[in-house]
Design a protein around this ligand. Structure first.
Ligand code: FER
Length: 255
């Protein structure tokens, strides 16, 4: 897995724009790239984080450079916050409850205004969701609940909590079976999952058994990519590196 070139962490001459999208008593952030884009990626922060966790200079500069250099297709990105504004409990169990119901908020309150602001409604083929840690847990809930909205799923260092906290590690076979069953219950649409974690990541013992159990099921043959970075740890810097490598694969530039 390639490292992010140092120059890409610095500001780019062709920078995208970030706008605030208020809804209810909350807001999401929308990144509009400097070039016309046909894809949109919803990016979900980890436990204790918020809208700014992904939308910070090192990450947005990297994406600006990747788009300017044609490494990845231009992509809109939306960064919401799964906590309510008055939530003070950011423990895993509180976060777990928030993310289990977050796909409804995405569907009803975030996607419509975000795509209105972007100027078009995206088909599911061009709409992706990904996230780090609890954002990865959110991504699995989106797979369980919202396959009609998203085709591409990027769970980064977070497992599926349908069967309990860290259920991907405690009940890998049952979790994999439940994901396959949810896919069938939603009409077996085409999809793509690209999961990434690191061998030294605290979520590795939870995500790795789940992915291995998924790899044994027909539903995930040819639909599931999985990368493990040797020595990779549980932090945003490492997750930005995963996206430096994954974005060109999932949003290939049209030449
Ligand atoms: C995991 C998924 C999410 C994990 C931790 C988390 C340790 C989140 C923890 C937190 O928000 O504190 O697999 O493994």
């Amino acid at each position: 897995m390639k490292a992010i070139p140092e120059a890409m962490k610095k500001p780019c001459a062709a920078a995208g724009r970030v706008d605030t999208l208020p809804y209810g008593n909350k807001f999401a952030l929308l990144y509009t790239p400097a070039k016309e884009a046909e894809h949109i990626l919803y990016l979900i922060h980890g436990g204790g984080g918020d809208q700014r966790a992904f939308f910070c200079p090192p990450f947005l500069n990297m994406v600006d450079h990747m788009i300017a250099e044609g490494l990845t297709a231009p992509v809109y990105m939306v960064s919401p916050c799964f906590y309510d504004p008055d939530e003070t409990d950011k423990t895993p169990s509180s976060s777990g409850r928030a993310v289990a119901k977050f796909p409804r908020e995405l569907r009803e309150e975030i996607i419509p205004p975000a795509e209105k602001a972007a100027g078009k409604a995206f088909p599911r083929e061009r709409r992706a969701i990904g996230g780090f840690s609890m954002g990865g847990v959110t991504t699995w809930y989106a797979f369980l609940q919202s396959l009609d909205l998203f085709r591409t799923f990027l769970p980064l260092s977070g497992d599926c909590w349908l069967l309990g906290e860290k259920g991907g590690g405690d009940k890998p076979a049952e979790t994999a079976a439940a994901l396959a069953q949810a896919w069938e219950a939603q009409g077996s649409p085409d999809f793509r999952i690209h999961a990434v974690t690191g061998s030294k990541d605290i979520a590795f013992p939870n995500l790795d058994p789940q992915i291995r159990a998924m790899q044994a099921l027909p539903a995930f043959r040819g639909t599931l990519a999985y990368d493990v970075l040797e020595g990779g740890v549980h932090d945003y810097e490492t997750i930005f590196r995963y996206l430096y490598n994954v974005l060109p694969e999932e949003f290939p530039p049209v030449r």
